[in-house]
Design a protein around this ligand. Structure first.
Ligand SMILES: Cc1ncc(COP(=O)(O)O)c(C=O)c1O
Length: 402
């Protein structure tokens, strides 16, 4: 008996799966980046179709230049938390810019999106009188925020406002604050939440709604403000959380709100107070990306047209897809073993996607998660479609042999 016994199951599972896999999907190294959608892996150029670079802004000239300039003028790191010496004028400016872009009065920038959710949820809800209600498929950082808060946490069925309604109806009248947590678009399957219905149900019961638009910021809504904008309820969302690590092509996170009490989180949120603030380069890159998103809808249009093309091609190839057209297009495979094999086939054909297997996936499914970027060229998409065509032929021939 010892500290390491708990790793035995993981070790056995990995050993079995990797024995039959020419490559390890969980330790791919991008040896040299060739742009937002290409990298050299083991000496071979690969199309990157498993990133969160939805708008393809990681090599955006203005963002790169702003980051370089910020390093020259403000240094490589802040060496302190937002609460102490780690708030620069640029952090404050980005908070104002995000608040203005999203149409909220208050915004707090955190060091990552993970910490934004962790910090918001753990500071807003507290034991013993508050209750958090979360969608069963929420991201790990939302679950971790619940745990850090210590408040009672109740899960409701994924994307099911009726299930939330029932859970809220059953709460004891002694409950004080109620915080409902959902996401705009879910990252694994790419399915979208009925945000409008959730807002209605939450507010009917006097609960506050926290909406994580990590994967939908910049992508959904007429101006890229997320699923809540597309649903026409942006101003009714109590707490809007997001990340810089996807459409904003940097590192960092934020919480925005019209509740003035958000400002008190600067004095009570441990993940805000007890970690170093985002570096000047990260802030400068996110600010430049935000300026680009505010000024230019063409990237979003390109993203959606790329997504439509891939979704239609995969549907025609007969793959079982997890959601409607969107920036995440996930294909369901029969089991873990088949998913490993399929992932390797795509790599052999020059395409990197994300392999996701239980327990990290909803409903214990094994999937290949492809994400579309506005930076994908027609050439990139041709390579992707050819690789999936090769995979579909292989799966069909294996089925015929079985
Ligand atoms: C839904 C969701 N929220 C938050 C995060 C955390 O973002 P970050 O990478 O900035 O920590 C992620 C990251 O994948 C996510 O998928």
């Amino acid at each position: 008996m010892g500290l390491f016994d708990k790793f035995e199951n993981t070790a056995t599972l990995l050993k079995g799966l990797l024995a039959a896999s020419p490559r390890d999907p969980f330790s791919v190294s991008m040896d040299e980046m060739k742009g937002p959608t290409r990298a050299l892996v083991d000496g071979k150029e690969i199309v990157l179709a498993g990133t969160n670079n939805y708008l393809g802004l990681t090599f955006e000239e203005a963002a790169v230049e702003a980051a370089v300039e910020a390093v020259k003028t403000s240094g490589t790191g802040t060496t302190g938390s937002r609460f102490a010496n780690g708030t620069y004028a640029a952090h404050r400016q980005l908070e104002r810019d995000l608040a203005e872009f999203l149409g909220y009065q208050h915004c707090m920038v955190f060091s990552t999106g993970y910490q934004a959710n962790l910090g918001a949820i753990s500071a807003l809800a507290a034991a013993p009188h508050d209750v958090i209600l979360i969608d069963a498929d929420c991201h790990a950082c939302i679950y971790d925020g619940c745990q850090l808060s210590g408040a009672e946490t109740v899960r409701f069925r994924h994307n099911d406002p009726e299930s939330l309604d029932k859970r809220l109806s059953r709460l004891s009248p002694d409950v004080n604050g109620k915080l409902v947590c959902i996401e705009g678009m879910y990252s694994m399957f790419g399915d979208v939440a009925p945000v409008k219905e959730f807002v209605e149900v939450a507010h009917k019961h006097g609960a506050h709604l926290l909406l994580d638009e990590a994967h939908s910021f910049g992508v959904f809504g007429e101006n890229g403000r997320g699923v809540c904008e597309a649903d026409g309820v942006r101003d009714q969302v109590d707490f809007y959380t997001g990340t810089f690590s996807k459409s904003l092509a940097s590192i960092g996170g934020f919480v925005a709100s019209n509740h003035p009490e958000l400002e008190y989180l600067r004095f009570s949120s441990r993940p805000y107070m007890f970690t170093a603030s985002p570096s000047p380069a990260n802030i400068a890159a996110a600010s430049a990306a935000l300026a680009r998103i505010s000024d230019d809808n063409s990237m979003r249009d390109k993203l959606w047209s790329n997504a439509r093309r891939i979704h239609a091609a995969f549907t025609q190839l007969g793959f079982e897809l997890c959601a409607d057209v969107g920036p995440v297009i996930a294909v369901k495979l029969a089991n873990k073993e088949q998913a490993f094999m399929a992932w390797n086939v795509l790599m052999e054909n020059g395409v990197y996607v994300n392999l996701a297997i239980p327990p990290g996936t909803p409903n214990a499914t094994s999937i290949l998660r492809l994400s579309v970027s506005a930076a994908h060229t027609d050439d990139d998409l041709d390579i992707v479609v050819n690789a999936y065509t090769a995979l579909s032929h292989l799966l069909m021939s294996k089925k015929a042999d079985a």
